[in-house]
Design a protein around this ligand. Structure first.
Ligand SMILES: [Zn+2]
Length: 82
């Protein structure tokens, strides 16, 4: 039996695979504990990456908001044509 590659599993888990490939992956995973285990490991990794990404986004958002509140008032702009 040919096993699924990490790439195929990632594609399947991330939902990037087409319908047929998703179907084939799912079928293989049901029969193959080895790939199923690998899929689980990859899924954990994927979720960790996702939550890391979400964390990064919220940190960026916080930084942006802090930036807004901490911005010094701008010096008054004088009209050029005096
Ligand atoms: Zn397999």
């Amino acid at each position: 039996m040919e096993h699924l590659t990490d790439f195929q599993l990632m594609e399947y888990l991330s939902g990037d695979a087409g319908l047929l490939r998703r179907f084939l992956c799912r079928r293989h995973l049901r029969r193959c504990p080895k790939c199923a285990e690998q899929a689980k490991a990859l899924q954990d990794e994927l979720e960790a990456q996702r939550s890391l990404g979400a964390e990064l986004k919220s940190v960026q958002k916080l930084a942006k908001e802090a930036d807004k509140t901490m911005t010094m008032p701008k010096a008054p702009v004088f009209s050029k044509d005096n």
